[in-house]
Design a protein around this ligand. Structure first.
Ligand SMILES: [Zn+2]
Length: 451
């Protein structure tokens, strides 16, 4: 069956610059077959895109989807109080809980124009992954696209590390045939993985021909500990272990010095900026302009709901467009067009799919978002690019397609029963006593592992 998106303003990338033209888009199966003037026929599903902007689906390159359970749960407190509360709750989560809380994340992402996300599930459940469990199950059932990793932490020969690694591999094997799911390894961070574990995971990534994603240089505290423990920065430390010898998405990189930036450019590391999470946790502002000037592929992520209460890439684009100007005191740095690339084509490049995702062109996968232009945020239409980045909220998203399939149809989710998801998540918060945990006074002794 073919689908025709009729008479929308289509956002196209010409070399380095964005432009938009009124066009029709014919979708055959999963891909964009033709862009041009295409008369409707009886054998197509017609989507009327009059007064709509058609943009490539947004790509969230760093999140922990299951952490929606922590939305609005442990706000405005010190890092270790925050972490203590999260760990207490997370302990009791099952693989099925992760399935439901991920579906909640996916509902929000689809509604706000995200068609692909790079995920790291930090929680390791004891039970085996079943078909209706975990992030992969939720991705398969919802129709969204994802690049999935298990956040692996520990020592390479400890029982827990072996269990987590085994679970990651089992999940890859169980869901390996799903065309919308890509797997990578997720070594959690240099402070939570021993050197030989990082080497082992990198070897495994190389053997499997996959990339990896890792948290790097996120906080001042991490930098101080790395200086004592490794005698260098986290970025230079993991580079010395060969971590960058496979494709890497490095999340945060708030504290990157000139040498760190030089290395990441040379090793073609993609940096996933998470400006709202960095601000919420009081971690500061990444040197975004220096990354761009060095030619680093810079993309955007929301991080999980534990440190950013929303998974809305429009909010993230808005934050990115403002915060790096404010931090550098340069209004001309990190422009709207640049931010839009971070959320689309750069995200696609980070996952090795820039030929078929993050852009609207013939032959690309039909991951498309229709945005209503008849909204005050876009009027008058002086610049649609500025509208997308500086003034839209995400609620202008009308229709979303992934692989040519409609997942949001004029504001209605087609694959997810939201009431069922809310109900399931309410049940989880009750079972895990989250209300009680949230009443624990602050400054209790920290039970967190070494960080
Ligand atoms: Zn993270």
């Amino acid at each position: 069956m073919n689908t025709l998106i009729h008479s929308g303003l289509v956002l196209l990338l010409d070399g380095d610059g964005w432009r938009y033209e009124r066009r029709d888009i014919l979708i055959h199966e999963k891909r964009i077959a033709k862009i041009g003037i295409i008369p409707p026929s009886d054998d197509v599903t017609l989507i009327d895109a009059e007064n709509m902007l058609v943009i490539p689906g947004l790509i969230n390159t760093h999140t922990h989807a299951y952490m929606t359970i922590f939305r609005n749960f442990a706000d405005d407190m010190s890092f270790f109080d925050w972490l203590d509360r999260m760990l207490q709750v997370e302990e009791g989560m099952t693989e099925e809980d992760i399935y439901w809380t991920t579906l909640l994340a996916v509902s929000e992402m689809i509604r706000t124009g995200t068609t692909c996300f790079v995920d790291m599930t930090i929680k390791s459940a004891q039970e085996k992954t079943g078909p209706r469990s975990a992030v992969a199950g939720a991705v398969r059932d919802s129709g969204i696209r994802a690049v999935i990793s298990r956040g692996l932490a520990g020592v390479s020969d400890s029982d827990e590390s072996i269990m987590k690694y085994g679970q990651a591999v089992r999940e890859m094997e169980m869901f390996g045939d799903e065309s919308r799911i890509q797997f990578i390894h997720g070594p959690h961070a240099p402070y939570s993985c021993k050197a030989d574990y990082l080497r082992k995971l990198t070897r495994s990534s190389a053997d499997r021909g996959i990339g990896q994603t890792i948290h790097l240089s996120e906080s001042q505290d991490e930098m101080e500990k790395a200086a004592v423990k490794f005698g260098t920065t986290p970025i230079q430390y993991v580079n010395s272990l060969g971590v960058f010898d496979v494709p890497v998405i490095a999340a945060h990189c708030v504290y990157a010095n000139d040498e760190d930036i030089r290395i990441m450019a040379e090793k073609q590391v993609s940096v996933a900026l998470c400006p709202r999470s960095n601000m919420k946790l009081g971690n500061g502002f990444a040197p975004a302009e220096a990354f761009l000037n060095a030619g680093i592929n810079v993309c955007l992520g929301t991080d999980g709901c534990g440190s950013n209460n929303a998974l809305n890439m429009f909010q993230e684009m808005g934050a990115a467009s403002l915060v790096y100007k404010g931090a550098s005191r340069k209004p001309q740095c990190v422009g709207a067009g640049e931010v839009l690339k971070m959320a689309t084509v750069n995200g696609a490049r980070a996952i090795g799919r820039e030929k078929e995702l993050g852009v609207i062109r013939e032959g690309a996968l039909a991951d498309l978002v229709l945005v209503r232009l008849n909204e005050p945020q876009f009027q008058p239409m002086n610049s649609i690019i500025s509208g997308l980045v500086y003034s839209s909220t995400g609620r202008e998203v009308d229709t979303v397609l992934v692989d040519g399939k409609i997942l949001l149809d004029h504001g209605r989710l087609t694959t997810i029963d939201e009431n069922q998801v809310y109900e399931a998540c309410r049940g989880i918060t009750e079972r895990l006593n989250m209300e009680q945990v949230s009443r624990i006074p602050e400054h209790t002794p920290a039970t967190h592992p070494e960080s």
